[in-house]
Design a protein around this ligand. Structure first.
Ligand code: ACM
Ligand code: ZN
Length: 543
C-alpha cells in the first residue's frame, strides 16, 4: 500500500512538474526519459573528486541560492544516499561538453573537462524551479564555438572591482569563456604599470567629461580610477575559477592619449597632451619612429603578461590617424625606409584609411615581441593589411573584414557593429532609454547572427573561433547601465555562441528567455524589459 501511495505521489508530481529544461543557451540535445523524477530535498549530497572541488563548491552555492538547500560535499560514495555526482569522463569527447543525467536515483554530471562539468552545473542550476521534482532526462551538450566572449570598456567609464566580478558572474551564467577587458584608451589608463608610474598618476584621471553626445558642454568634474596589479590578479583568478579567460587589451598605437598625457615624449610633437574629455578618434598617437616608444610598449606588455596568463593579448590597432606621422620628420624618414606593404584587403570603412606602412611596421614589432614571449597577438581588423599570418583578427567593421581574414588563414573573432555593439540602443523608441548612444541593435538582430555562415569556405569557417559583443562605455556612465545594455541581448548572443544554428528558433528562445530572467531578478541585474511590457514601470508619463 505504501509503495502504491509513493507511486501515485510520484506520478502526481510528474504531472504537476513544470520543470522542462528550457534553459538558455539551448543545449544540443535534451532527451526526456521514462521513469520517476528526481526529488529535490535536503537529503541530496554532492559527490565529487578533489579535482572538481571548485565546481562542487559552485554547485553547493547555487543550490543554496535557488532552493535554500546547502548539500554537503563528499568524495566517497555511501550506499543509500542520493547524490549529484560530478566527474570528468573520457566518454565525453568535447572538452567543454557535458552529459547531464537525471533520474529518481540521482543526478550525474559528466564533463569532458572541469569546464564541461561547470557548464553542466549551469544547466542544472537554470533548470531548478523551487523544490519541483526534476523529470528524468539525459542532456548531451557541447558549445559550437571555442571563443564565447564579452568585452567591457573600463576606460571611458571606470567600473569597480566588485562590479567586474558581478559582470563575470553574468558571463558564467551564459556559458561564456572570454572576458575582453579594455583597460586603456584616450580617456583613461586603468591598469597599474610599475615601470611607468605616471600612467596611473596622470593617465588614470581626466579633468572633465563632455556632456551628452560630444556636445560643447564639459562637466569640468575630475574623473578617474584604476586597477592595481593585485586587483587585476584578483579578477583574473575570479574569472579563472569560472573557466573564463581575461584577455586584456592595450590599444595601440592610436587611442593612446592618456599615455601621451603621462609621458609626452612618446608622441610625435612632444605635447603637451591632456587625457581625453570627449569621445571619438584623437589625432595624437604613439610616435612609431621613436625607440623609446618600443621600450614603453615592451615594458607595459611585460607587466601585462605577468598579470594576465591569457595566451591571447589584444593589441588594439583600430582607428589610428596618420596625420601626426605625416608631419613628423622622424616618422617620415622611417616611412621612406619601409617597403610598401602588400595590401591584403579593401578599404572597409570611410572611418579609416588603408593601413599605413608605419602602423604595419609598429604592429609587426609588437607581434614579434609577443610571439617571442609565447603569446598570440589579437588586433582589430584594421591590422589585417600587412599583418603577420599568425595575428588573430577581431572583425568589428562588419563581417567582411573577418571573412576575408579567415579566407586568408587568420584566426578570427566576429564582433561586427551590425550585431554585436551592445552600447547601441536595443529599442527603437528611445523616449525611456537611459542612454542615447545611437545605433539600433534589437535582440532579434543579435539572435540572427551567424558568425561562420555557409557562404564561407569550409576552410575559412574553421578559422572563425567565435564571437563576442562589445560594450563601449562612453554613454554607459553607471554600472547598472552596463547591465541594462548587456541584458537581455547577452542571452541571444550566448545562444549564437553555444547552440548549433539549425536548433535556433527566435520564438522558442524568447519563451525560454522569459524564464531565464528570473535568474537576473534573483541576482539583482538591471535589464531592458521591452519584451515584457507588464514588467515595465506602469503609467509612464508621456511627453
Ligand atoms: C572599435 O569599435 N573602434 C573597435
Ligand atoms: Zn613621429
Amino acid at each position: 500500500m505504501r509503495k502504491l501511495l509513493f507511486l501515485v505521489a510520484m506520478l502526481l508530481s510528474v504531472a504537476v512538474s513544470a520543470v522542462t529544461y528550457d534553459v538558455v543557451p539551448l543545449p544540443q540535445s535534451v532527451d526526456m526519459q521514462k521513469g520517476a523524477p528526481f526529488i529535490l530535498d535536503g537529503s541530496v549530497q554532492i559527490l565529487s573528486p578533489v579535482e572538481l572541488q571548485q565546481e562542487a563548491d559552485f554547485l553547493q552555492q547555487y543550490m543554496e541560492d535557488m532552493v535554500g538547500i546547502k548539500p554537503s560535499i563528499s568524495q566517497k560514495r555511501e550506499k543509500k544516499l542520493r547524490y549529484i555526482e560530478l566527474s570528468v569522463s573520457p566518454k565525453v569527447s568535447a572538452s567543454e561538453g557535458y552529459v547531464l543525467t537525471i533520474n529518481n536515483k540521482g543526478i550525474a554530471i559528466q564533463g569532458g573537462s572541469a569546464a564541461g562539468v561547470f557548464y553542466g552545473i549551469q544547466t542544472l542550476r537554470k533548470s531548478i524551479d523551487g523544490l519541483q521534482p526534476l523529470p528524468a532526462v539525459v542532456i548531451t551538450d557541447a558549445p559550437r564555438f571555442s571563443w564565447r566572449g564579452m568585452h567591457l570598456d573600463c576606460s571611458r567609464h571606470f567600473f569597480s572591482v566588485s562590479f567586474i566580478k558581478k559582470f563575470i558572474d553574468l558571463l558564467a551564467l551564459h556559458n561564456m569563456n572570454v572576458f575582453h577587458w579594455h583597460i586603456t584608451d584616450d580617456q583613461g589608463w586603468r591598469i597599474e604599470i610599475e615601470k611607468w608610474p605616471r600612467l596611473i598618476e596622470v593617465g588614470a584621471n581626466r579633468t572633465g567629461t563632455i556632456i551628452g553626445t560630444n556636445s560643447d558642454l564639459d562637466d569640468n568634474k575630475p574623473y578617474g580610477g584604476y586597477y592595481t596589479k593585485a586587483e587585476a590578479r584578483e579578477i583574473v583568478a575570479y574569472a579563472a575559477a569560472r573557466h573564463i579567460t581575461v584577455v586584456p587589451e592595450i590599444d595601440m598605437p592610436g587611442h593612446m592619449l592618456a599615455a601621451l598625457a603621462s609621458y609626452p615624449e612618446l608622441g610625435c610633437t612632444g605635447g603637451p597632451y591632456q587625457v581625453g574629455h570627449y569621445w571619438g578618434v584623437y589625432k595624437d598617437v604613439l610616435c612609431v619612429s621613436n625607440e623609446r616608444v618600443y621600450q614603453f610598449v615592451e615594458d607595459v606588455l611585460t607587466e601585462v603578461m605577468d598579470i594576465f596568463p591569457s595566451e591571447v593579448i589584444h593589441i588594439g590597432g583600430d582607428e589610428t590617424p596618420t596625420e601626426k606621422w605625416e608631419q613628423c620628420p622622424k616618422c617620415q624618414v622611417l616611412q621612406k625606409s619601409l617597403p610598401t606593404p602588400q595590401q591584403k584587403s579593401e578599404e572597409f570603412s570611410p572611418l579609416t584609411s588603408k593601413l599605413s606602412p608605419l602602423q604595419a611596421y609598429f604592429t609587426k614589432r609588437v607581434f614579434d615581441f609577443l610571439t617571442a614571449h609565447h603569446r598570440r597577438a589579437l588586433g582589430w581588423d584594421e591590422i589585417l593589411d600587412g599583418s603577420p599570418q599568425d595575428a588573430m583578427i577581431m572583425s568589428w567593421r562588419g563581417m567582411e573584414p573577418g571573412s576575408k581574414a579567415a579566407e586568408t588563414g587568420h584566426d578570427v573573432i566576429m564582433a561586427p557593429t551590425t550585431h554585436c555593439y551592445f552600447d547601441y540602443q536595443q529599442v527603437e523608441d528611445t523616449q525611456f532609454e537611459p542612454s542615447r548612444c545611437g545605433g539600433f541593435i534589437p535582440i532579434e538582430k543579435v539572435y540572427a547572427l551567424d558568425p561562420a555562415p555557409d557562404s564561407l569556405s569550409v576552410e575559412a569557417r574553421k578559422h572563425i573561433l567565435g564571437t563576442q559583443a562589445n560594450l563601449w562605455s562612453e554613454y554607459l556612465t553607471t554600472e547598472s547601465m552596463v547591465e541594462y545594455h548587456a541584458l537581455p541581448r547577452m542571452s541571444a548572443l550566448a545562444e549564437v555562441q553555444w547552440t548549433q544554428p539549425e536548433k535556433k528558433k527566435f520564438e522558442d528562445f524568447i519563451q525560454r528567455l522569459s524564464g531565464f530572467t528570473q535568474l537576473l531578478d534573483r541576482y539583482h541585474y538591471s535589464y531592458c524589459k521591452h519584451l515584457w511590457p507588464e514588467r515595465q514601470i506602469p503609467n509612464r508619463w508621456q511627453f
